[in-house]
Design a protein around this ligand. Structure first.
Ligand code: BGC
Length: 249
């Protein structure tokens, strides 16, 4: 049952804006998720309008956490690889707060997923350094050390052979170039080997919608570090955003 005090998690992505109240004891939605397509262009004003509509469709007055697919520091967005450039320099927390009349915090989308996987999912109870990656339109990353998030790691943009990694390795590239699972796993091996060499993590967690097909590509990624699929999948962003809004991550 949804309770009016449940924090609301909102996942702002390239194709949809999704929201649900979250029961933090269970790490799951407290009511059915609502979704509205992302406006095009996805300017701050247009997104804030949709977000206000979504938030008002839920009863309650708890805090709101919103994920943004870019670097977010103190609510302010400073990169926009896959969203409208007008986000750069925008105080997302303030814009969304004004539009909804609620207390809003904003954080990077992969960081939100990482918080959720660390608290409830694949990396639960894991000590040392865990790198959570999300493979989607871009590549997102979250660094968690003993469960504590180091935000805005942006490992999707490491340079490999002179190229931005996500433009060669993201799931969107697999779809656009019609890569076989084997071909994609070769690229992922280069990618994860690079991160492995830089950070020596204890574990990689692989999220994003494509992680539901993990059995088709994860076993072919040839690295020395354990690499496992995410558990919360497309719920992770909303759950992590709600955790952050509640001041628990
Ligand atoms: C952005 C990241 C984001 C990732 C996944 C990248 O292009 O730079 O901030 O986490 O895409 O959406």
């Amino acid at each position: 049952m949804s309770h009016p005090d449940h924090p609301l998690g909102v996942d702002f992505g390239g194709s949809g804006i999704k929201a649900a109240p979250v029961d933090l004891e269970r790490g799951d939605f407290a009511a059915d998720r609502e979704r509205i397509p992302t406006p095009d262009p996805s300017t701050p004003e247009a997104v804030a309008e949709v977000l206000a509509e979504l938030v008002s469709s839920f009863e309650g007055h708890g805090p709101v956490g919103v994920t943004v697919p870019g670097v977010v520091r103190d609510g302010v967005v400073s990169t926009a690889a896959n969203i409208d450039d007008s986000w750069i320099g925008t105080d997302a927390a303030a814009v969304f707060g004004r539009a909804t009349g609620r207390a809003v915090v904003a954080l990077n989308d992969a960081d939100a997923a990482g918080l959720a996987e660390s608290r409830y999912g694949a990396a639960r109870g894991q000590h040392g350094l865990v790198v959570v990656t999300t493979l989607g339109t871009g590549i997102g990353s979250a660094l968690l050390h003993d469960g504590v998030l180091v935000p805005n790691s942006e490992l999707g943009h490491v340079e490999i052979d002179g190229h931005d990694a996500e433009q060669w390795t993201a799931n969107k590239v697999r779809e656009d170039e019609d890569l076989s699972w084997e071909e994609w796993a070769e690229r992922l091996t280069v990618y994860y080997r690079t991160i492995e060499g830089l950070l020596s993590p204890s574990m990689f967690v692989v999220g994003g919608g494509v992680s539901k097909h993990a059995d088709k590509f994860l076993p072919m990624i040839g690295i020395d570090t354990p690499i496992i699929p995410a558990v919360l999948r497309n719920k992770a962003g909303i759950v992590g955003a709600a955790l952050h809004a509640a001041g628990e991550g």
